[in-house]
Every structure is written in structure tokens, then in C-alpha cells.
Design a protein around this ligand. Structure first.
Ligand code: ISE
Length: 340
């Protein structure tokens, strides 16, 4: 592929996630080149530009989006900027991969939905990367086979080693649990209809308002259910699992272990430290699919704006349930044909 055929990518936000996307695009996605980066932190932007082999550094994100040297945009800036950056990409008519969450409010998600439908082209992809994880794909394939019958129940475990900030239940739901909502919807092939959420503070020394361990119960369409444990201060490492319990069988993700280590009278497997290491293969596969979809003008195989909107609708209902202690309905409208 010669340079003129490469997709020129601009990356907004070059913190932990964004800089990993820059390195993955530069090293593993042959059809793309990172031409421009932006971060509020000039030092991070400069480091990412260097990691990309000498990308330009934009003065602001809109300049990056509108640059003639950018064909497609990857958004990895703070969560509450995602919707506004995505809207700017739609206005510029440029394909965009927006890291989750698509938005931090339902209203913002609706604005993106309406803007994409209005421009008449599917330009938005959302970074629910578990859809590209080999272990999750194997569970999905098992569910699609006739071997284990119709899926009935999703069970998710989502654990982070620690969080660097005092964390409310609403932040855990908006920033982290969206993955589990998307996994439940995607693996079951159904929509969430009601939720019930309880949370607790894992340690007395944490701020009284901390809710770093949540249990989320969901009822979905077609007589399905889901339950997710989201714990962001487990202290031992990063672990995610997804299980489907079906009419005549079950399928659960295996931990992607590389070695069984024997030492000091113990034997065991290393636990990844964070999502970047656990889902590295998924992030590369997601980027390859995204760039491939742009170049082939075929649909992206990951999450769409509708999925990002649906996740935010579930998140909003969960925040209400956590606060009230009641079951809360998720009043999702019919999916537009534009997203079928
Ligand atoms: C982070 O942004 C991610 O997307 C990770 O997958 C998730 O486990 C983590 O909790 C989030 O903060």
C-alpha cells in the first residue's frame, strides 16, 4: 500500500488509552498512519507524536478534526468530551472511533444519534473493544451455535486493581460498567428493559460516598436476564469474565493465561495489571476492523452510535436505581432502521 492509500488518523487524547492506540496504529495497522495528535498536556502530545514516528501536534482538537491531513479521528480524551468531539467529526464528515462512553449524559448521546442520522452516513464507531476479544468472541460463537440452546442469562465480572480517584457509583457506572452493559446486550442479542443496582464502599478509610463495588441486575427483552459485578479496587489485578447460561449449556470466557508459574511453594497464573494488557489483542483487532471498514466502505463490526446510546440509557437508569434503591425501567425506543 503506498502512502496515498493510507488512512491518515488524528488522535485526540494521548493519555494511557490514547497513546496505546497511537502505538498500535503505528506498529500493527498497515493501512493507517497517525499524522496528527492532540492533548491538553503538551508533554504527552509530544511523546505520542514521537511514538507515531513524527506526527504533527495540533493546537486544539477542532483544528485536528478539520485538518486536511486527517481522514479519520480517534477520540480518547476524557469521557465528558467524547460527545462534543464526535459531533465535530460528524460536522466535518469524517469517520470517528470514539472510546467508550460515547457520552456521559443521555441528552448528549441523543444529540450524536440525531446528528449521525441527519448526515445520512454511518460515520461513528464506539470503542467497546470486548466485541473484538478472542475469548468474548468464542462465547458469542457458542451462543450462536445450536450446541447449548438459547441464551437466558449473562453473568459478568469486571474488576480493576485500583482507581486513582475517589469514585462515586455514578462514575463507576458511566466510566466502567458500560462495558458490561454492552457485553450483556451484544452476547444475548437483546435490549435491557429494567435495572436494579446496589453498591458498597469496600474499605472504611474511603470517602463515605465511595461506591467502588456494584452489583447490577438487569432484565432484558425476550425473557433474558443479566447480572454484573463491577469492583474497581480489588488490589490484586485486572480481571474480566463473561458467561452465558443457555437452555442446555453454558459458555464462559477463559482467562488468557500465557504460563503457569511455580515459585515459593505456589503455582499460578499472572493476573494482568490493567485493561491495556488484558485487551491488547482486542484493541488491535478493533483498529484493524475500523480502518478496514473505512477503506472498504463496509460496516464496522463493533459498536455503533446506537450501542453507545443504549449503554448510556442503561447507565442513567442504573444511577437512578443506585440512588433510590428501586427497580428502574429503561425506556429505550425502537431501534431506527438506520442502525439495523
Ligand atoms: C477504562 O476506561 C476501561 O475502558 C476499562 O476497560 C475498564 O475496565 C476501566 O474500569 C475503565 O476505567
Amino acid at each position: 500500500m503506498n502512502d496515498s492509500q493510507l488512512t491518515r488518523v488524528g488522535v485526540i487524547g494521548t493519555g494511557g488509552m490514547g497513546s496505546r492506540h497511537v502505538v498500535n496504529l503505528h506498529r500493527y495497522v498497515g493501512g493507517a498512519t497517525v499524522t496528527t495528535v492532540y492533548d491538553l498536556d503538551q508533554g504527552k502530545a509530544a511523546q505520542a507524536a514521537d511514538q507515531a514516528g513524527g506526527a504533527s501536534i495540533a493546537d486544539d482538537p477542532i483544528q485536528l478534526i478539520q485538518s486536511p491531513n486527517v481522514d479519520a479521528v480517534l477520540i480518547a480524551s476524557p469521557d465528558d468530551t467524547h460527545a462534543r468531539m464526535t459531533l465535530a467529526c460528524l460536522e466535518a464528515g469524517k469517520p470517528v472511533l470514539c472510546e467508550k462512553p460515547l457520552a456521559t449524559t443521555v441528552d448528549d448521546a441523543v444529540e450524536v444519534l440525531d446528528a449521525e442520522i441527519g448526515c445520512g452516513r454511518r460515520l461513528v464507531s464506539v470503542g467497546f473493544m470486548r466485541r473484538f476479544d478472542p475469548q468474548h468472541l468464542a462465547v458469542k460463537q457458542a451462543a450462536l451455535s445450536d450446541e447449548i440452546g438459547r441464551p437466558l442469562l449473562f453473568k459478568g465480572v469486571h474488576r480493576n486493581a485500583s482507581v486513582a480517584f475517589g469514585i462515586s457509583g455514578a462514575t463507576v457506572l458511566t466510566n466502567s460498567a458500560g462495558h458490561d452493559f454492552d457485553s450483556a446486550r451484544w452476547l444475548l442479542g437483546e435490549e435491557v428493559q429494567e435495572v436494579y443496582v446496589r453498591g458498597l464502599r469496600s474499605r472504611p478509610e474511603l470517602h463515605p460516598d465511595t461506591r467502588d463495588l456494584l452489583v447490577i441486575e438487569m432484565v432484558l427483552s425476550n425473557n433474558c436476564m443479566a447480572v454484573a459485578e463491577v469492583y474497581v479496587n480489588d488490589s490484586y489485578g485486572y480481571e474480566v469474565s463473561a458467561e452465558l447460561v443457555c437452555q442446555s449449556g453454558a459458555a464462559v470466557t477463559m482467562q488468557p493465561d500465557l504460563a503457569l508459574v511455580r515459585a515459593g511453594g505456589h503455582r499460578g497464573h499472572r493476573v494482568p495489571s490493567d485493561w491495556l494488557s488484558r485487551f491488547q489483542d482486542a484493541y488491535v483487532a478493533e483498529l484493524l476492523d475500523w480502518i478496514g471498514s473505512i477503506q472498504s466502505e463496509q460496516p464496522f463490526h463493533g459498536a455503533s452510535t446506537w450501542d453507545g446510546y443504549a449503554a448510556m440509557m442503561v447507565t442513567s437508569a442504573c444511577i437512578q436505581s443506585l440512588g433510590s434503591g428501586a427497580v428502574v425501567p429503561v425506556l429505550l425506543p425502537e431501534k431506527p432502521d438506520f442502525y439495523r
